[in-house]
Design a binder for this molecule. Sequence first.
Ligand code: ZN
Length: 291
Amino acid sequence: MRAWLGALSLLLLLAGPLGAAEGLDVWPPELEQGQPLVARACLGQGVQGPGAELSLLGRRLPMVAGPGGCLVGMAGVDLDDKPGPVHLEVLSGDKVLLSRTLTVHARDYGTRKITVDGKFMELSPQNLARYQEETARQKAVYASLLPRMLWSGPWRPPLDSAVVGIFGRRSLVNGQPRSPHGGVDLRGAMGTPVLAPAAGRVALVLDTYFSGLTVLIDHGLGVVSGYRHFSKALVREGQMVRPGQVIGLVGMSGRVTGPHLHFDMHLAGARVDPLAWIKASAQLARWARQP
Ligand SMILES: [Zn+2]
């Protein structure tokens, strides 16, 4: 019996995906569309991974050294990534140091149907050009993969208030699918201070067509947070911010019907639930042993 159990556990170890891949821990254990993950890779005695990256779904994010010779990092499953098996890999250049097969599960965040006057459906050539230029500038920030972690410890919410618009909800406008809601809307009266949830560098301050006055903060390692519809921005591009520092005031700039804060998170460009990211940051801080 004991020998049989031993053979079974050896088989499970060899089977890889059935058992936990040795050395590569992920949290949370289940991957879903629009959700972040944090990872810890322990490479064993004397094996270091300088310049190591975590690769998921074609996105590569820099990892950093944690305690005990382990590396820590993070990745995201975008709202539009397809469900199914995926490979999470720790890479050093093209060399795979560790890998693990995970499953992305579909997640339904709901759909709402909206009917608007047809004239709001199409942008003028001028506004379209403006929108495209703004999108390109923001994408360039999401693509910045600064190989340093500018923050330390768990994140805090930028505004301590209720959710008035959930992350990920899809909309059908006059029967046509529109981009899903890429962030979470938090209730806030005009002029309420919005706080940086973690340290980082202000990468963009821009008055945009749809999102109004927008601030993007680059936190390093491919992690970028966004704050939109501000009435006033209180930071400049290039400025370093501390956690809890006031970065702007709640407003209703852009295409909105009332004041609120739109808060979003990009991990190497993948749109993930910002409130789930706040929870993931606490797990990362435990692994990195940051208070
Ligand atoms: Zn929003």
